[in-house]
Design a binder for this molecule. Structure first.
Ligand code: ATP
Ligand code: MG
Length: 439
């Protein structure tokens, strides 16, 4: 036999039995973001490498170590490690700055980072995220954070903690950077290799290093004094105060974490993360912030912006395993032609229906029906001759009969038949019926 080819390290199949949770995350995204005026955007999975070098920043781990870059026709291309840069490129290229602000966009899809695979960390993973362009006022920051929380609430994950910080702007950061470098320099030799490498280029990034010996250095009183100091300029400071004020008034719980700096270079002012205690060490489900200079850095008109992204695998790990999605009806019959005809009629009435094509015995077909559907319709010889159906509720194993001609009344028949202990499936079908979606 030919050798089996396996899935690549750090990548995973999302199998049919896992899909219920993914459909839930995707449906909730469409619903919650649409309700807040966001429009979906789908940008390509590969872009010019330069987009990420200039967009994400070439002092970041993402650009330095984690990109999947390849050459094609003498062009350097990269599989997107995140999607803000791609969305900004599209915003500029499609002249979206001419639309009335704010321009609100959301996306979902795979991202690629060459990282060490571990629980909650893959090389191909999925993000759902939003970007809002054109509003400088901190009400936009508050709305973005609320939107993330509303999405998590919709998924039934309401109690996650929000951490917030401000990075100030390039101006106020300059002084802080210098002070930080000066304070940390005596401890340089004890820093980890990553921190040493970032020391001059991006000293703020040192602060969220997870290496214990580095954390000990940052806990020293003289270092803490610098970290905890308020270095932001009056404008940035006011922005942060106003954001906190919005959140307080909106009843959003958060903690200010001065060590939160985020791994991407483009952030300024507001940065935030949403974390779950139930995820072990990869505990961040959402990361975001303001990026007021990115649009102009990538060649567009200067446009304030804010956005966030959530890791969908990490969300999926927090959600209860949903039961595999079942068919509405499985048609059990020895007569394939009649089975196809009935299946077609029911599908045309918007039911999810399948039937046996493998020529299985009646009893085996019933077993298959019990595993894969809420109802079986039995179409035996008697039924075909008598032009009626036997409808079997596979959750309760009760059955009833009704004439084939009244197939469009399937819902009513089904309802009468199990109105006493109607399943979750039927409840939802009936509420759709009541609201006029299904005739
Ligand atoms: P982390 O600190 O966990 O590496 P990050 O700061 O690199 O996260 P972002 O680039 O802000 O993450 O991405 C936002 C979210 O995407 C993260 O909060 C996380 O949920 C998810 N995420 C990031 N990298 C991965 C990965 N390699 N595998 C799975 N999910 C990821
Ligand atoms: Mg990372």
């Amino acid at each position: 036999m030919a050798q089996i080819i396996k899935v690549q390290k750090g990548t995973k199949d999302i199998l049919p039995q896992d899909m219920a949770v993914w459909h839930k995350m995707e449906a909730a995204a469409l619903e919650i973001f649409t309700r807040a005026g966001y429009k979906e955007i789908r940008t390509p999975i590969f872009e010019a490498t330069e987009l990420f070098q200039r967009g994400v920043g070439d002092t970041t781990d993402i650009v330095n170590k984690e990109m999947y870059t390849f050459e094609k026709s003498e062009r350097s291309l990269t599989l997107r490690p995140e999607n803000t840069a791609g969305v900004v490129r599209s915003y500029i290229e499609n002249g979206m700055h001419r639309l009335s602000a704010p321009v609100k966009l959301w996306y979902k899809g795979p991202m690629f980072r060459y990282e060490r695979p571990q629980a909650g960390r893959q090389r191909q993973f999925h993000q759902v995220g939003v970007e809002m362009f054109g509003i400088e006022d901190p009400s936009a920051d508050a709305e973005a954070i609320l939107l993330a929380l509303n999405y998590l609430k919709k998924l039934g994950l309401p109690n996650l903690s929000v951490e917030l910080n401000t990075l100030g702007c390039a101006n106020c950061r300059k002084e802080f950077r210098a002070l930080l470098i000066e304070t940390l320099r005596p401890h340089y030799d004890k820093l980890c290799d990553d921190c040493k490498e970032r020391f001059e280029k991006n000293p703020l990034r040192l602060l969220d290093c997870k290496v214990e010996s580095c954390k000990e250095i940052f806990a020293l009183p003289e270092v803490q004094q610098v970290i905890q100091s308020d270095y932001t300029c009056p404008d940035c400071s006011l922005h942060f105060e106003r954001l906190k004020n919005y959140l307080d008034n909106l009843g959003v719980n958060y903690t200010v974490n001065k060590l939160l700096v985020r791994g991407l270079d483009y952030y300024n002012r507001t940065v935030f993360e949403i974390k779950s205690e139930n995820l072990g060490s990869q505990n961040a489900v959402c990361g975001g912030g303001r990026y007021d200079t990115l649009v102009s850095n990538l060649g567009g008109e200067s446009t304030p912006a804010i956005g966030w992204a959530m890791g969908m695998e990490r969300l999926a790990a927090l959600l209860p395993q949903s039961e595999e999605e079942k068919l509405d009806v499985y048609v059990v019959s020895d007569n394939k032609l009649e089975a196809i005809k009935l299946t077609e009629r029911l599908r045309a009435l918007n039911y999810n229906v399948d039937f046996d094509m493998a020529g299985k015995k009646f009893s085996k077909q019933l077993e298959k029906a019990a595993k894969s559907a809420h109802f079986a319709i039995i179409l035996g010889e008697y039924e075909i001759n008598g032009e009626y159906l036997t409808l079997k509720n596979l959750d309760t194993s009760t059955q009833t009969q009704f004439p084939l001609v009244n197939l469009s009344d399937f819902e009513t028949h089904t309802y009468k038949f199990i109105s006493t202990n109607s399943s979750e499936w039927l409840q939802s079908k009936l509420s759709m019926l009541a609201s006029g979606f299904v005739m």
